[in-house]
Design a protein. Structure first.
Length: 611
């Protein structure tokens, strides 16, 4: 169906006129039909009255055979324009007839008898003759025609009034506002974005005007945004440090920026337009085909290195990022190009340095490995020597300590002599402790230290340890607490000497680094099985505590974490030896400490039960 070329005004006027024509036509048709029916009814009534008049009026003259009177009566009947003809027949009279010259219109014939009743005879009336009336509908048709002409005139008048009124109203209310809207749309379509017109009325067309004004303003804002964005992207394209290009589906360059032109050795970007990349630079054919196949298959390539030769003979390493775009039925390639020549040269140089460095590292590693092996061999030899010579180190000291004890028992010595002998004995005992620690470390490193598991009275061992430390705590006015789980078994199998050594070392350190407060020893039963138990040994103090970084090196040999003013002598081997001994027993010493609030050393051991 083709588009209508009629204006809105013409279509509205035509629609209103057609509607009015149908309405007035239906009303007029109804009016004409009704008027015609009324005229027909009136005609029938007149025909009935005329028949009665003829029957009564003609009976006397027919009875009297009065031809002159009958002629006058016939002429009187013909005076009615609706009577076309009348015929009278009676015995004793010649047939009388009157008829109009013009032909009748849809004639209607009525026949009836004439009868007369005398005043003397009261019997039934006798038939005197017969009268025939012929009526014409010309008069009625004339009246109906006048009515139809009246209806037609009325219809024409109404249509004319409706047409003129609708023309004026539509022109004022529709055509002119629509024409203004059309003008606004044409202005916007021609590029005058942001054009506005004032609405004339607060109706639907006024609302449409506001919407078109808003659309025009939005189009203007959108166009300004597009122009601004286009300027930014054009500036980015032209001034980017990286090369940017667009090519068609056949590889012909459509546009390149200045950076890519400079990269390819071209004075101006326009010189590359219409040329393929292979005509601008030299590329290995196999490499070019591989790149084209990969782009067609994946449609997106990221950071693909490519070696090309420019027109001026330079070898150029490029890093390509390509995107295959479908634009309608045609394809387009958009790409980003980076010059990575310097980076590739640096990578090659770095690779050479790395290879050389790996060689040096390998050589140095071999040397260090050999030196480490020699050092470990020397250390093991030292440890074996110390472990082997432990008896020879202790024997002279034991003899010296024994003689010192004998001398102390001599009552004849003066106080000064007793003091010197006591000093000699204490120094010897201290030296014995130092030698014992060194020999223990050597035995541990040499792997010669083993545990001797024997039946052990656990409570007796714990009481001995506490009683050994209680006097030292009392010298510093420290409270000494001992808490033993009441469920502790009487006897277990353990290396009593080593367990006592660990506990005494922990208690000794607690007393040494605590000036006020208390020191405590706690033993808790953690678990009990049919043949073994798990005990947790804990030593607590309210001493100086430690920082986290001090705890990290706490169990290193020859380390003491207390500050210089707190040092109380010793080799710094006690905690390292204790940790190794606890590990041999199957546990690990844990430390909980807070600077200024003391420390807690604890370890858990699984010990077999002894009968």
């Amino acid at each position: 169906m083709g588009r209508s070329t009629l204006s809105i005004q013409t279509r509205l006027v035509a629609a209103l006129s057609l509607s009015a024509t149908i309405l007035v036509g239906l009303i007029g048709l109804y009016w004409v039909n009704r008027h015609e029916r009324e005229l027909d009814a009136e005609l029938l009534e007149r025909q009935r009255r005329m028949a009665q008049l003829v029957a009564r009026g003609f009976a006397e003259p027919v009875w009297n055979l009065d031809s002159a009177a009958l002629s006058e009566l016939l002429d009187a009947v013909m005076a009615d324009p609706e009577v076309h003809a009348i015929t009278l027949t009676a015995p004793g009279l010649e047939t009388l007839r009157r008829e109009r010259t013009d032909p009748p219109v849809r004639p209607e014939t009525m026949e009836f008898e004439l009868s007369h009743r005398s005043s003397v005879d009261s019997g039934p009336a006798g038939a005197l003759g017969r009268a025939t009336l012929v009526y014409t509908r010309a008069y009625i048709d004339q009246r109906v025609g006048e009515t139809r002409r009246l209806v037609a005139s009325l219809l024409a008048t109404v249509l004319l009034a409706i047409g003129l009124t609708s023309y004026v109203l539509v022109r004022r209310l529709v055509e002119r506002p629509v024409s203004r809207l059309r003008g606004l749309a044409q202005r916007v379509a021609s590029g005058e974005l942001g054009a506005q017109i004032a609405p004339e009325h607060a109706d639907e067309i006024g609302d449409l005007t506001d919407q078109l004004n808003a659309m025009s303003a939005k189009l203007q804002a959108f166009a300004e945004g597009v122009r601004s964005s286009e300027q930014r992207y054009r500036s980015l394209f032209e001034n980017a440090a990286e090369g940017i290009f667009q090519a068609d589906g056949h590889g012909r360059l459509l546009r390149i920026n200045k950076a890519l032109a400079h990269m390819l050795g071209l004075p101006h970007p326009e010189q590359a337009q219409g040329l393929t990349l292979r005509r601008v630079v030299r590329i290995e054919p196999d490499e070019y085909r591989r790149l084209a196949r990969a782009l067609g298959r994946h449609r997106l390539l990221q950071q693909v290195p490519l070696l090309v030769t420019t027109r001026d003979g330079r070898d150029l390493w490029m890093e390509l990022s390509l995107h295959l775009v479908q634009d309608g039925g045609a394809s387009r390639v958009e790409g980003l190009v980076s010059d990575i020549t310097q980076r590739r040269l640096a990578e090659q140089e770095l690779t050479q340095h790395r290879d050389h460095l790996e060689e040096l590292v390998t050589e140095r590693t071999v040397e260090l490995s050999q030196a480490k092996q020699r050092a470990e061999a020397a250390n093991q030899a030292k440890s074996r020597f110390l472990a082997t010579m432990s008896h020879e180190f202790r024997t002279p000291l034991n003899a010296i300590l024994g003689f010192a004890q004998l001398l102390q028992m001599d009552k004849s010595l003066t106080e000064s002599q007793q003091s010197k002998i006591r000093l000699m004995r204490e120094s010897g005992e201290h030296l014995l402790v130092l030698i014992t620690d060194l020999l223990d470390v050597a035995s541990i490193e040499a792997g010669k230290l083993t545990l001797q598991l024997n039946p052990l009275d656990l409570r007796a061992l714990l009481e001995m340890c506490s009683e050994s430390m209680r006097p030292r705590a009392a010298e510093k006015s420290l409270a000494f607490d001992v808490s033993l789980d009441p469920e502790l078994p009487a006897r277990v199998r353990a290396d009593g000497q080593r367990l006592r050594q660990v506990l005494l070392n922990l208690l000794s350190n607690a007393v040494k680094f605590t000036d006020r407060g208390r020191v405590g020893l706690m033993v808790d039963l953690m678990a009990r099985g049919p043949s073994s138990i798990v005990l947790r040994f804990s030593v607590t103090d309210t001493g100086i505590g430690m920082e986290p970084q001090q705890v990290q090196r706490l169990f290193q040999p020859f380390e003491q974490v207390a500050d210089q003013s707190r040092r109380a002598g010793g080799t710094g081997l006690g905690l390292a030896i204790s940790q190794q001994l606890v590990k041999l027993m199957g546990g690990m010493i844990d430390v909980e400490t807070l600077p200024g609030h003391g420390s807690r050393f604890s370890f858990a051991l699984e010990l077999p039960l002894a009968s």
